[in-house]
Design a binder for this molecule. Structure first.
Ligand code: KG4
Ligand code: ZN
Length: 377
């Protein structure tokens, strides 16, 4: 990232940024304006999902995702400008997710942003998708730094402290599957449909969560890392052992899996809360605990996290669902924040499949956020 002193424009007047996102299975474009007062206004916020394209395969197919992004991204950028009643000339910068994510998909938004930035003579801001999620609560409310963040999606499961824009401390992440993957893969095994998380939650609504005894992953392990592969395997073994499972057995297994995932998330969050208190003894009163990512839509997960937060003196904040899941408003916001600090990128900014938000801490202490495959993005 190039560092330049903030121009008078970035310090004193309003800033408008076009943000583009295509790192997984949502193509998105948004336009945000930060007024001189500091108030952020969302002028356009468009998301195009690909659920139907991937449904027959029971999961996101990278090549299908990349092609769909490539087809949609420039039209969506144009539609966002039209919705905002603006042109590229009105933008102060063009921001795009440049990782981590499915590389073919990441390239769609990043290359489009480079083309637009070059053509219109505007600065490019290459945004870390995880930073978008980390800042997303600030789209809808004034979340003061520092805050604790649990990011739980199909691709990521991490606990982070957001100390300031660009300053994140990763307390832990998954060493194998993401929590959303555990929902999706279990739902696939049980034939519940795609996307698996919501399907499994619907099925679990009729079930008895105490019926099957599933391990709560990492329960006794120190630190804040997660692991969901063992739980997924245990659920599969139970499923394979059931002879012609009926609706009730299906619902009971779904409820048991959901409860084990929610318990694991709550238990690791509890540890992170005590680390947060140790690190920031000066934060008085309920500290913000933000949960973002698609899995935050799950009712059981939310209620367990909210109980844990209340017991530990934290306030659970979940951004509105549209900003909890992948969107471009959070990418435009991260872009705005960096642009305001004079941090922009050259046209050689790479697309990255992996890009840990807190690379320095993962490097210094391999136990933080590292798995068998190295630090998870
Ligand atoms: O944040 P997101 O939309 O996309 C990324 O993965 O980046 O998250 C999608 C994940 C999927 O794994 C999906 O199954 C899960 O969030 N999910 C849920 C629910 N809604 C979405 N998991 C459990 N319960 C839900 N209600
Ligand atoms: Zn995401």
């Amino acid at each position: 990232m190039d560092l330049a002193p903030p121009s008078p424009k970035t310090q004193a007047s309003s800033l408008t940024v076009l943000g583009l996102e295509s790192s997984c299975d949502e193509t998105a474009a948004a336009i945000l304006r930060r007024h001189a007062t500091g108030e952020v206004e969302v002028l356009a916020d468009l998301v195009l999902g690909q659920t139907e394209a991937h449904a027959p395969f029971g999961g996101v197919v990278p090549e299908i995702a990349a092609r769909a992004h490539a087809e949609a991204i420039d039209g969506l950028a144009a539609a966002a400008l039209q919705e905002a009643g603006l042109t590229l000339a009105d933008m102060d910068g063009i921001a795009a997710t440049s990782g981590p994510g499915l590389i073919g998909g990441v390239m769609a938004a990043l290359m489009t942003a480079k083309g637009l930035a070059l053509g219109a003579g505007k600065p490019l801001i290459a945004v870390n998708h995880l930073e978008g999620h980390a800042l997303s609560p600030r789209l809808s409310q004034s979340a003061e730094f520092p805050y604790l963040l649990l990011l739980v999606s199909g691709g990521h499961t991490q606990l982070l402290i957001a100390e300031d824009v660009g300053v994140y401390h990763r307390l832990g992440s998954t060493i194998d599957d993401a929590a959303g993957e555990a929902f999706d893969k279990t739902a696939k095994v049980m034939g519940l449909g795609f996307p698996g998380g919501p399907a499994l939650e619907r099925c679990a609504a009729r079930g008895d969560a105490s019926r099957f005894d599933l391990p709560v992953p990492m329960k006794t392990k120190p630190g804040c890392d997660f692991s969901f592969a063992g739980l997924k395997t245990a659920a599969r073994q139970i499923w394979d052992g059931l002879e012609q499972p009926g609706e009730q057995e299906k619902a009971d297994l779904a409820a048991s899996v959901q409860q084990a995932i929610a318990r694991a998330l709550a238990a690791r969050s509890k540890r992170a809360m005590s680390l947060f208190r140790e690190r920031y003894p000066g934060v008085i009163g309920p500290a913000p605990f933000i949960v973002a990512g698609g899995v935050a839509a799950n009712g059981t997960v939310r209620s367990m996290l909210s109980e844990t937060a209340a017991a530990e003196g934290f306030e659970l904040i979940a951004p509105p669902m549209k900003w909890c899941t992948d969107n471009a408003a959070m990418i435009a916001l991260a872009g705005l924040e960096h642009l305001a600090r004079g941090q922009t990128d050259g046209l050689d900014a790479p697309a990255r499949a992996r890009w840990p938000l807190d690379a320095s801490s993962a490097k210094l202490d391999p136990a933080i956020g590292s798995g068998r495959k190295g630090p998870k993005a």
